[in-house]
Design a protein around this ligand. Structure first.
Ligand code: NOJ
Ligand code: CA
Length: 681
């Protein structure tokens, strides 16, 4: 008798388990009722799901943490309380793609507690916008949880509809400098964010994060099917993140739009960051710059001293003259300081950030620049000896600010995972990741220290952008993708689809210091392979100034190449780097895109359009123009025979009168583009 009863009881338990439905514990909808989120608890495990206009987009996906020194925080979770609130404010950017940004969301704040032993407590805040969702975990002060050693986050994104993904690998040696993969989502391995998807139903989705402060970057690892899970960048200490309570994680973000352009127009990432903490930032200057730079990448000049040394007093003065004559505010000079001689990749601990080479008279060059109303863009290449750099930060910034140098380009050249950290002088050297927690703190140290000296920062080989320019507007731009330099020596160079990929992936995170504008269309070539053609037409080089947003844009080519292409150079001289408003007029990920931007504080509009390896004809309604006005359009476009392979320099400049009721037909050559300046008549 007894075994039979046991059998029936266990059957009952099993069937209760089988039919037990996850319990929905909280729900909220975005202000325009476009997006909604549901939170549910299934046998003590917490998950969220997302729907758009009632259709499921993200299937129930787990939330939680694996901790190194304590029980993981993912089971035995119960709801404690919840509240919703609304927010709607329009704020002004000191500089940016648009002056005004509306921040309108519905917030769902939910408190959870463990039902077992330690009764640890955490909160999750969701902000629901009509074009995306951000959520973060918050850990309040509590008795049984003082410090979190986070081995990993269990946050998942389980995409419902079969999707195509555009992504670059994460955790690989070359940091973010990879060509974009386009694969079915179920073939992604481990990706950096932003990762961008198009679903079978035509929806566009990008996963990323906002306000990455004192935390490890989130990579996304595919677990099974179309389910991605957070994988936090490692640290030298075993766990990925160490935080003392109270603290909050960065926002995990989902941008969701009908069109690819909708992702670009979304302000979700900026809105989820804290407002400006620096106060008056009138000392931050969006501007264009030229420099002693491309010559090194072509191997015509060298960073190190010797017969080819680029950063000599004489070369610097010539470059300053060129900048002054053509209206560029900035001049970047790389290789001006001690430490470049020999194998600089391997000798970061030899860099001095205050001592110039004997053939570079820092005082004379900066005084000359000042006399011409030009500012040097300082250069701090660390070759990853980051603690060594930190020890010199203050003296280096002091020297720059006293000499009119108010922007600095930083650099962290070394393989991923090889950042050198030394907590005490003569202490052991620990290896960190470019995108780990330690580097997230380092970059903010640089940016806040620079701010004290009224210096702005452009970071190369950085941690990815997560919108911190809102909080620290002196963090102007970063690299964090393959830029122009790959067209000098890259194997392979950037393909024609590169820019149309960047706009819908990397650029969703923030401004990029791509360093466009190589009008010679020639790189250095690979050793033994001869010269290398840049896979772009001339017109596309101009279009990139509008399409790839940055408040600082380099005119990267050598001055003599600009002298040889004066008609095209005119557009580079005219195009601003700061905007009143921005419209994405059309585009498909990896194929093409057209963007129009109105000059900040002015009435001119600038339009850039780029295509991949396919030529195409685009019909562009000009309804962004003021309907009361007529405009002179200076059109820089591909010639009839232009092709990135055969005739990249076939190029036409023409002037037309156009108005908002016109539909402009633009023909883009294979690998081509178009750039237009509209001026009121
Ligand atoms: C890599 C940067 O991206 C590049 O612009 C710079 O010239 C070199 N590092 C040297 O610092
Ligand atoms: Ca394509």
């Amino acid at each position: 008798m007894f075994p039979r009863i046991l059998f029936i009881v266990s059957l009952l338990v099993i069937s209760t388990l089988a039919i037990a439905k996850p319990k929905m514990v909280a729900t909220a909808t975005s202000p325009g009722k476009v997006l909604s989120v549901n939170l549910s608890i299934d046998e003590g495990r917490l998950s969220y799901s997302v729907a758009r206009l009632g259709q499921p987009v993200i299937a129930p996906s787990r939330l939680g943490f694996l901790l190194q020194d304590a029980q993981s925080l993912d089971r035995n979770i119960a709801l404690v309380s919840q509240e919703t609130s609304n927010f709607d404010e329009t704020w002004e950017q000191p500089w940016g793609e648009s002056r005004r940004v509306r921040n309108r969301y519905r917030q769902l704040h939910v408190r959870f507690a463990e039902t077992t032993r330690d009764k640890r407590v955490f909160e999750v805040t969701f902000r629901l916008y009509d074009d995306g969702i951000g959520f973060r975990y918050e850990f309040p002060t509590q008795p049984n949880f003082k410090q979190a050693l986070i081995a990993n986050e269990l946050t998942e994104f389980d995409v419902v509809d079969p999707s195509t993904a555009w992504w670059i690998p994460a955790g690989e040696w070359n940091r973010y400098e990879y060509l974009y993969n386009r694969t079915p989502l179920n073939q992604v391995s481990q990706a950096h964010t932003p990762i961008t998807l198009r679903t079978r139903g035509g929806l566009h989705i990008a996963f990323h994060e906002a306000a990455l402060v004192d935390y490890a970057s989130m990579w996304l690892r595919r677990v099974e099917g179309q389910k991605l899970r957070a994988q936090l960048a490692p640290s030298s200490e075993g766990y990925s993140v160490r935080r003392t309570l109270p603290f909050q994680t960065p926002w995990r973000t989902l941008q969701i739009a009908d069109t690819a352009g909708g992702l670009v127009e979304s302000n979700l990432i900026l809105n989820l960051n804290e407002p400006n903490k620096l106060g008056d930032v009138s000392w931050v200057h969006p501007a264009k710059y030229v420099g002693i730079w491309w010559g090194m990448h072509l191997d015509e000049q060298s960073w190190g001293t010797g017969p080819k040394h680029g950063a000599t007093t004489e070369n610097a003065k010539k470059m300053i003259d060129f900048a002054a004559a053509n209206g560029f505010r900035g001049v970047l000079i790389e290789g001006w300081n001690l430490g470049w001689d020999g194998d600089w990749f391997a000798n970061g601990w030899d860099f001095s950030f205050t001592q110039a080479t004997p053939d570079f008279d820092f005082a004379a060059v900066t005084a000359y620049a000042t006399s011409k109303n030009v500012h040097l863009v300082g250069h701090h290449e660390t070759a990853c000896a980051v603690s060594h750099y930190e020890r010199q930060l203050n003296a280096a910034f002091d020297m720059y600010s006293k000499n009119g140098v108010d922007q600095v380009k930083t650099g962290y050249v070394c393989d991923a995972g090889q950042i050198e950290r030394q907590d005490a002088v003569d202490g052991p050297i620990l290896r960190e990741w470019h995108d780990g927690q330690w580097m997230s703190k380092h970059h903010l140290k640089v940016v806040t220290q620079a701010a004290k000296h009224h210096i702005s920062v452009i970071a190369h080989e950085p941690i990815k952008d997560t919108g911190l320019r809102r909080t620290y507007p002196n963090w102007l731009a970063r690299e964090a993708a393959r830029g122009m330099e790959y067209n000098a020596w890259g194997n392979p160079p950037n393909p024609p689809e590169h820019e149309a990929n960047l706009v819908f992936t990397r650029m969703l995170s923030g401004p990029m210091d791509f360093t466009p504008g190589v009008l010679s269309l020639k790189g250095r070539g690979l050793k033994g392979r001869g010269g290398q053609a840049i896979q772009s037409t001339l017109a596309k080089q101009l279009a990139n100034y509008v399409v790839l947003y940055s408040p600082v844009q380099m005119a990267a080519d050598l001055p003599e190449h600009y002298q040889q292409n004066l008609a095209a150079f005119q557009f580079i001289k005219d195009v601003p780097t700061d905007w009143e408003q921005t419209r994405v007029l059309n585009g498909e990920i990896g194929d093409y895109v057209t963007i129009a931007r109105q000059e900040r504080g002015g009435t001119d509009w600038f339009l850039g359009s780029v295509t991949d390896e396919n030529d195409r004809v685009l019909n562009i309604p000009l309804d962004f123009l003021d309907p009361q006005k007529r405009y002179t359009a200076q059109i820089y476009r591909d010639g009839a025979d232009a092709h990135f392979r055969d005739k990249p320099s076939d190029f036409v400049v023409e002037s037309r009168t156009l108005s908002s009721s016109d539909v402009l037909t633009l023909r883009l050559a294979a690998g081509g583009g178009a750039a237009i300046r509209f001026t009121e008549k």
